[in-house]
Design a protein around this ligand. Sequence first.
Ligand SMILES: [Zn+2]
Length: 537
Amino acid sequence: MTVFEYGNDIIVIDMGLMFPNEEMLGIDYVIPDISYLVKNKHKVRGIVFTHGHLDHIGAVPYLLEKLGNPYLYGTPLTIELIRDRLAEFGMDRKARLNIFTVNDNIRIGNFELEFFRVNHNIPDGVGIAIYTPVGLCVTTGDFKFDYTPVDEKPSDFSRIALLGGRGVLVAMCDSTSAEKEGHSISEKKIGRTLHRIFETAKGRIIMATFSTLISRIQQAVNSAYQTGRKIAFSGMSLEKAVEITVRLNYLKIPPNTVISLKQTKSLPDNKVAIVATGSQGQESSALARMSRQEHREIKIHKGDTIILSSSPIPGNERSIYNMMDNLFRLGARVFYEKIMDIHTGGHAHKEDMKLMISLLKPKYFVPIHGEHHMLVNNAWIARELGIPSGNIFIMENGQILNVDQEQKGLILKDKVPSGYVLVDGLGIGDVGHVVLRDRQQMAKDGMFVVIITVNKDNGALIGEPDIVSRGFIYMKESDKLLKEVKNQIKKIVDTKGKKDLSVNEAYIKSRIREEIGEYLFKRTERRPMILPVIIGA
Ligand SMILES: [Zn+2]
């Protein structure tokens, strides 16, 4: 998410979500902190989207109302994907959606916007040229250059060069693959490899890829059609993406080519191709269910050819490898990126980046999108092309680049709030640091609940303390430990707990947490979460 502000006008570019890392237990999504925008929502004139990936549109349903329902702008497919996402929240009717094409100019407040087509692994992506009163800023969005894309045009080099000719003050460029050498592989080349597999496979073909990687799905459809196979789709997000892109004519499927999963069973194996979700091994995805033989319609058997037309997103490797191993065990032949060119990413490599920077010739260069080390790599490319290091700004989330009327750029000392807001089920931002730490502690060492009943009048312990634990120790085999813990609890209640229970309840609880915690650590070297419960009787 990038914010442009001039005078009384703010426009926002993209509003995506992030998937949680391993430490964010139970968290579904991470969305940006927009408290600065909420404070200035009277200035927010609109949100403009570069493309329809979730990390660029996904936070819209959570944040739109907080900003007073501003106008949303995007290309046809991007807007349709936003509409679809809003519909899941029952918000699509109210949203103010505006479609633009690459040939449109739009004025939003003080800003005049122009667009240029870029290739990416979703159709209809654009870079945005923003004419501000101070100068021209260009943001590439996620992009790559593909001279032979599938069923769409290459990036619009002439328009990018035109912008460069007009004088670009600030260029913000996608850094995701800036560490990778050379040019990114063309989608068409991937298609040739896929087609060879389609031609030679004797049994069914099941290909897993990203739901919105329409060009790849198109190539599977084409190859299936040309090799006399019918095609079926499996997985909710994929079926939805196919429905939308067929309706908007991005994905073109010849008549009588698509069949249902059920119908695949009545055809010979070599007449069947299936495109499925699960390229990342996600537990509930179609291919993962097939790999566990839990899929209702499709059972994997010897002779099946599986194609993982994707690359692992860091963090997903383990689940992908488990899934692949299971598929091999079931007798399938599995093709994946490491052994064959069956996937290409959606981001510019080094040489592509050099072309982009050379065409734009910006005064200031700001690498965007990607981890810090990717931004640094991208900055080196700009440096190599002669942009002085003083004109390259590697920015952290929340930092402000200020460019004045003399076109002097400077990163300000003050930052705007930029933390992560965690989404868990219906709760937005209600899972904070403390809740997360509790979850981590419970996941690591389990929990240990101490229940004591005390006399309301004199604070004396009634009966034995009760202990319940989960994920900590096997209770039945820890008699001795539990007995000692109970004795210690009795001591705490007896010595400090008497008189005026209302004052001492908190005190007893904190002593139980501290002393029992310490004791358990000494005996087990584990730190379970300790939950004291006091019942007054
Ligand atoms: Zn993207």
